[in-house]
Design a protein around this ligand. Structure first.
Ligand code: G3I
Length: 395
């Protein structure tokens, strides 16, 4: 991981850069000792400037971890984060793969790690059109189940899952991604299969209120969130505001709104592309709209891609860890700095900011079939703080 070839002079230079002198005046004739003290100094420096400590008076700082990264990235998690979300391990298909058979083993281990490190836990996600097994919506003959059947399956799932994690999960994403880019409700008639909602197909709009009522009954202490993406698109933020306002007017127990915030270093200049609207101002407007309903607001899945949304990239254009242009690295740092300046300004409305990952060596943005690697986090593939980390810490 670290360049074992560092010469004593470089050690000395590195120490000078971070304003440290070798703890025990290691002589240049002992590079290993000098290297060890550089590593110790860097770790000490980073440890002292913990992200979550720095933001302790603002909001929680969270990270999405998976069944591998909560172990491989444990040091970063423990040092810089005080909230955790399981990336996939608490989704419907993971905890109830077959009807009425629940599997909590992996999630339990991950949440035990979180709790033993005093981290808050965000449960993700109870009712979502993706990563939900077909048996939930279709019977053995392949026919769409009735409204009552699907509601009973939803209630049984929530009773069991929320009940199991009662007292451990602080916040639940109860319903995820029920709104489309034009502000309409997601239905089972959407064009792409992976965009269709059979919750809506079988139950209609009522599935949303039902999910919140079931979740509240199962754990009255947990804070219940409606979670969605592209909140910077005016039609979407208005529709989410209207949806949540109607739920509150109907006495449905909703406590907060989650903005996923999967954003780009550079928004698109194409007005047809969703990221064209991706201004910090539009995000701030969404936060203030939802907060005006008396709700908690959280950033739930933050990452800042190096690529411009909608642009075509040849394989030869793909970035690698060693080929990220310094100018783009600086632009990403400035994007993070602008975003966190806005989030700090809205600290009274925001209770948590979660990154959708921990470091650049494990991000969903590098899992596309194209093989394109992305570097959206504050820590690089070697788990070292990037310019973006220092930009977020610089206040
Ligand atoms: O578990 C299977 C494994 O058995 C199989 O060997 C492997 C190879 O195909 O796939 C594994 O499933 C993958 C799953 O992640 C667990 O790793 C799925 O293929 C893959 O599609 C799934 O991707 C997740 C994606 O949600 C699914 O929609 C990403 O990791 C996860 O980061 C992403 O997260 C979502 C949020 O939940 C909601 N908001 C958007 C966000 C990004 O899409």
């Amino acid at each position: 991981m670290r360049n074992k070839l560092l010469t004593p002079i470089i050690c000395a230079a590195a120490l000078a850069t971070i304003g440290c002198t070798p703890a025990n005046n290691d002589s240049p004739t002992n590079p290993t000792a000098a290297l060890a003290s550089v590593q110790q100094e860097i770790t000490q420096q980073t440890k002292q400037q913990s992200l979550s400590d720095k933001y302790a008076d603002y909001f929680l700082i969270g990270a999405a971890a998976d069944q591998g990264s909560y172990i491989t990235h444990a040091e970063l998690l423990k040092t810089h984060f005080n909230s955790m979300t399981t990336e996939n391990e608490m989704k419907f298909e993971s905890v109830e793969p077959t009807q009425n058979h629940f599997s909590y083993e992996i999630a339990d281990k991950m949440l035990a790690f979180a709790k033993s490190n005093d981290m808050a836990v965000r449960g993700h996600a109870l009712v979502w059109h993706r990563q939900t097994p077909d048996w939930v919506f279709f019977n053995d003959e392949g026919e769409l189940r009735s409204k009552d059947e699907v509601l009973a399956i939803m209630k049984n799932h929530i009773d069991n899952v929320v009940g199991h994690f009662k007292g451990t999960v602080d916040y639940w994403d109860v319903v995820n991604e029920a709104i489309m880019d034009d502000g309409s409700l997601r239905t089972d008639k959407e064009e792409a299969d992976n965009q269709k909602s059979y919750w809506y197909g079988a139950v209609g709009k009522d599935y949303i209120a039902a999910a919140f009522r079931y979740a509240h009954a199962a754990d009255p202490q947990a804070k219940l969130f409606y979670n969605d993406y592209y909140n910077y698109i005016p039609a979407r933020q208005q529709a989410i505001y209207q949806l949540v306002k109607e739920l509150l007017d109907d006495g449905v127990p909703v406590h907060g709104v989650g903005l996923q915030a999967h954003i780009n270093t550079i928004p698109s200049s194409n007005p047809e592309h969703q990221s064209y609207h991706q201004s910090i101002d539009n995000l701030e407007k969404a936060i203030q709209m939802y907060a005006s309903l008396g709700l908690e607001v959280q950033i739930t899945e933050l990452d800042v891609s190096l690529y411009i949304g909608g642009n075509k990239y040849q394989k030869s254009d793909f970035y690698t860890a060693d080929s990220i242009p310094a100018e783009l690295d600086q632009k990403q740092a400035q994007r993070y700095a602008d975003l966190f300046a806005m989030l700090r300004r809205n600290r009274d409305a925001i209770s948590s900011v979660t990154f959708w990952g921990i470091a650049d060596d494990d991000t969903w943005l590098s899992e596309f079939d194209s093989g394109r690697a992305d570097f959206p986090m504050l820590f690089d593939v070697n788990h070292q703080p990037k310019s973006a980390f220092h930009a977020v810490m610089d206040f």
